[in-house]
Design a protein around this ligand. Structure first.
Ligand code: PDD
Length: 285
């Protein structure tokens, strides 16, 4: 079946979908994005993803390409046209197409919107994630505004590739004081020896992950102890469990950090339990 992409008002064959060479996303990474899980044909936590998108746009003073309700229609329609049951929908908004110039283009320049959807094999993904992954740690080297979900992901690309070449799946950034911030494309968590689930406060040096926010709901409803505070690499290595969260990873157990096994070096019951129960609490659209 041929894939379809939404590009600036039109649904076009994915293979032919293109943006202009002077799109500011292409020239300056002057744009923002969201990735939303699709499960059984439904968008997961769409209101939270759209709320964050609106925040990112506002922080960068990029106009919204359309209203939230219309954007939801485009997301659903892209999923439908690609017949995605389980997978992801990706959306990207840039400051539009204009002659290359660092200054913002005139207000008459419309923002550019692209939406794509892609299926994945859920059983295979679950099997991979539930086996656990390895992470490496790397020095934090990104700009301070990581709270904005911009398409400027070069530092993330480089550390993820470094992780891959080291036989790991994710890289955890570590700040100058030795505290873990987050992964290259995930939020980072640990479970302490006394069963407290810990992640870094969203206000400092991390993206406020939607999966992270929903996990707080989940942990509270399940009456699990959950805490927002910073943790060091040493604390993570000595933890009972560690895991990552993202729309693309859900809850993925981490079994080794820089080669040191976490706990017994196997996915733990807290991470696996949260992964399996996640969709009871996430919002379906
Ligand atoms: N990444 N931190 C970073 C740096 C991320 O890029 C992501 C998501 C997250 C988790 O956010 P959420 O739970 O809302 O997916 C945290 C997406 C999936 C990506 O870049 O593909």
């Amino acid at each position: 079946m041929s894939r379809i992409a939404y590009v600036n008002g039109q649904y076009v064959p994915h293979a032919e979908a293109a943006v202009h060479i002077e799109d500011r996303g292409y020239q300056f990474a002057d744009g923002v994005y969201e990735v939303c899980e699709v499960r059984d044909g439904a968008l997961i936590d769409a209101p939270r993803h759209l709320a964050r998108l609106w925040r990112s746009l506002k922080e960068l003073r990029i106009r919204a390409p359309m209203g939230e309700a219309a954007l939801r229609v485009v997301l659903r329609e892209t999923v439908r046209r690609n017949r995605v049951r389980d997978g992801i929908v990706y959306l990207q908004v840039t400051r539009g197409v204009a002659r290359r110039d660092h200054y913002f283009p005139s207000d008459a320049t419309p923002p550019a919107l692209v939406v794509t959807a892609r299926a994945h094999d859920r059983a295979k993904m679950d099997a991979g994630a539930e086996a656990g992954i390895r992470v490496i740690t790397v020095p934090e080297n990104r700009w301070p505004r990581v709270d904005i979900k911009t398409v400027g992901l070069l530092p993330n690309v480089l550390v993820k590739q470094q992780a891959k070449e080291a036989g790991a799946k994710e890289a955890w950034y570590v700040d100058a004081e030795g505290y873990v911030t987050e992964g290259g494309s995930t939020n980072a968590w640990i479970v302490t020896q006394d069963d407290v689930i810990v992640t870094r406060p969203a206000e400092s040096g991390v993206l406020r992950g939607v999966t992270r926010t929903t996990l707080f709901d989940l942990a509270e409803k399940l009456q699990m102890r959950i805490e927002e505070r910073r943790f060091t690499v040493a604390e993570a290595k000595a933890a009972k469990e560690a895991f990552n969260t993202a729309a693309t990873a859900l809850v993925t157990p981490v079994v080794a950090i820089d080669g040191a096994l976490v706990g017994e070096g196997r996915p733990g019951p807290v991470a696996l339990g949260l992964r399996r129960r996640f969709h009871e609490f996430a919002e379906r659209d």
